[in-house]
Design a protein around this ligand. Structure first.
Ligand SMILES: C[S@@+](CC[C@H](N)C(=O)[O-])C[C@H]1O[C@@H](n2cnc3c(N)ncnc32)[C@H](O)[C@@H]1O
Length: 263
C-alpha cells in the first residue's frame, strides 16, 4: 500500500471513527471495553519499567543479523539491523502496549499466545499484569529472540515461554499441546495467507471468552482483505477496528456487530 494512500486512510479513520470515550454505545460489554480498556486511566508500575527498557533499546548501538520469515519491513531493508531501529519501527508502541496490558489485566486470560516476539516489549505487556497467566511467544529470528530472552531475564519474569522458530512450524505444535487459548496476539508475518492460516488454526482452540488481537490490519491491501474475512467468520461476534489493530470477540451472548472506534 502506498504511503500516501495509507495516510489518507488514517485521515478518514480519524475523521469518521466514532464512540470516543464510549458515547453512544448501547452494548454494556462494548461500553465497558471502551471505558476500561481504550480509555482506562489507571496507572500500573509496569508501564514505567517497560518504558525504561524501551528507552534503553532506543539508545542501543548494537547491530544484529535478522532472519526474516515474514512480510519484511517497509522501513528497514538490510538484514543487518540496529537494535535501536527495530525498537523504533517494529515493536508495539507505548500507547498500544499499555492498552494490551489493560486488556489482560481486565479480562484475565490464562493462556496467551504471541506470534512474533521481536525484542519482547509486547510480551512484557502481556505477561506483567498477572503472574498466573502463561504467555507463549514465538519468534523466528534467533538473534532477535536472544535480545528478548535477555530482556525477560532482566525483568525476572517467569510466566513467559519463549519458542524460537518459524510460526508455520511452531504454532501447530504448540496448539496441539493446549486444550484452549484465551488470548492470541497476531503480530508476525503480515501477509493475508499467513494471517488467515494462523487465525484458522487458533480458531479451533477458542472458548466463549477468547480474544484475538490483530496488529497492522490496514498495513497493506492483503492485510485489509484478511481483516475483512476474519470479521465475517461465523464464530466472530464483535469486532473492533482501531486502525492500527483490530480485536475480535467470540462471546455468543453478543450480537454480531463491527465497530470502528477512535483510539
Ligand atoms: C512486528 S514484530 C513483533 C512485535 C512484537 N509483537 C511487539 O509487540 O513488540 C514481528 C516479528 O515477527 C517475526 N516473524 C515474522 N514472521 C515470522 C514467522 N513466520 N515465524 C516466526 N517469526 C516471524 C519477525 O522476526 C519480527 O520479529
Amino acid at each position: 500500500m502506498k504511503r500516501i494512500y495509507f495516510i489518507l486512510k488514517y485521515l478518514i479513520y480519524s475523521l469518521t471513527a466514532k464512540h470516543k470515550k464510549g458515547y453512544g454505545i448501547h452494548s454494556p460489554f462494548l461500553y465497558d471495553f471502551v471505558r476500561e480498556i481504550l480509555y482506562g486511566n489507571r496507572y500500573f508500575y509496569a508501564y514505567d519499567n517497560i518504558a525504561e527498557l524501551r528507552y534503553d533499546l532506543l539508545k542501543s548501538k548494537k547491530e544484529i543479523n535478522v532472519t526474516d520469515f515474514g512480510a519484511g519491513s517497509k522501513v528497514m531493508k538490510s538484514n543487518l539491523r540496529k537494535i535501536k531501529n527495530i525498537a523504533r519501527y517494529s515493536v508495539v508502541t507505548e500507547k498500544f502496549g499499555e492498552m494490551l496490558f489493560r486488556l489482560i489485566e481486565y479480562y484475565k486470560p490464562e493462556t496467551i499466545i504471541e506470534l512474533g516476539t521481536s525484542l519482547g516489549l509486547g510480551t512484557l505487556y502481556l505477561a506483567m499484569p498477572d503472574k498466573k497467566t502463561v504467555v507463549y511467544t514465538i519468534e523466528g529470528c534467533p538473534e532477535t529472540a536472544k535480545i528478548a530472552y535477555n530482556n525477560f531475564k532482566e525483568f525476572n519474569i517467569e510466566n513467559i515461554r519463549q519458542i524460537v522458530g518459524n510460526i508455520d512450524d511452531k504454532l501447530p505444535e504448540l496448539l496441539n499441546n493446549l486444550k484452549t487459548v484465551d488470548f492470541v496476539y497476531f503480530d508476525g508475518n503480515h501477509t493475508k495467507t499467513a494471517t488467515l492460516n494462523y487465525f484458522r488454526q487458533c480458531l479451533k482452540k477458542v472458548n466463549n471468552e477468547t480474544i484475538f488481537y490483530f496488529d497492522d490490519i490496514h498495513w497493506s491491501k492483503e492485510m485489509e482483505e484478511a481483516w475483512e474475512e476474519i470479521k465475517k467468520n461465523e464464530r466472530v461476534t464483535l469486532s473492533v477496528d482501531l486502525f492500527f489493530s483490530g480485536i475480535v470477540f467470540f462471546r455468543k451472548e453478543l450480537s454480531k456487530e463491527n465497530f470502528t472506534i477512535k483510539f
